[in-house]
Design a protein around this ligand. Structure first.
Ligand code: FE2
Length: 227
């Protein structure tokens, strides 16, 4: 009869973790902010914002041409319109609300901003058609980046966030399927319309394929810098 394994290494490890014998803590946190826009400031009408995004996209020939020339699926105003808040009051209202959310996040991050402030640098519209993707990227030259969600039809892609230490993990084993969220290498967040997500601009992220049958995924993204 084989010996029982009640004192085997696996049992010892589990019992040590359960009894809290070891001091194991998380360091170098990556924070992700997720809130409803309406939690702070003036409420932004989601359908008015959606209509504004569609009208702006329709009128913005320079933007449409840029997307076509650069193989960008759908539409972005990123390269063509740098003054949305000045042109459209709903974007001016939105920026005020975003400023409030960014201030809360900066507090959470315990930033010492000194005599400078976090200020909106860019804000732009993204319209992603069914089948469209937005490949993995970071937002250089910024401090806080984020997105608010304007139209998220059934099947619209989540936001995929990547562990910033990936480049240092050449020999690391994968994590178990039920690994705690803070230990996973990729995180998928499925925001609802009028949610806002904020993260530090160095955090690599992507929008996987929009699997909505025939509807566009619409979002407004932005960068804040420290100046
Ligand atoms: Fe992005």
């Amino acid at each position: 009869m084989p010996p029982t394994n009640s004192n085997g290494p696996r049992t010892l490890i589990i019992s040590a973790l359960k009894r809290g014998m070891s001091d194991i803590k998380s360091l170098f946190a990556t924070r992700l902010y997720h809130a409803k826009l309406a939690e702070l400031g003036k409420s932004i009408d989601a359908s008015e914002l959606e209509t504004s995004c569609l009208v702006i996209a329709d009128d913005d020939e320079a933007g449409q041409n840029w997307c076509e020339e650069n193989g960008y699926p759908g539409y972005t105003s990123y390269a063509s319109l740098t003054d949305l808040p000045w042109r459209f009051p709903i974007f001016a209202d939105l920026v005020k609300v975003l400023d409030a959310h960014v201030a809360v996040f900066a507090k959470d991050l315990q930033f010492d901003l000194g005599d400078k402030a976090l200020k909106l640098e860019d804000i732009w519209i993204n319209i992603l058609p069914p089948g469209g993707i937005h490949t993995s990227h970071i937002h250089p030259h910024s401090v806080i980046s984020g997105t608010t969600y304007v139209a998220m039809p059934e099947g619209a892609s989540a936001l995929k966030l990547e562990d910033p230490r990936s480049a240092m993990m050449m020999a690391a084993p994968p994590r178990t399927k039920d690994a705690r969220e803070e230990l996973r290498q990729f995180i998928y967040v499925s925001p609802a319309v009028s949610d806002v997500l904020l993260w530090e601009s160095w955090l690599r992220h992507e929008v996987p394929m929009n699997m909505a049958e025939d509807e566009e995924r619409i979002s407004v993204s932005f960068n804040y810098n420290w100046e």
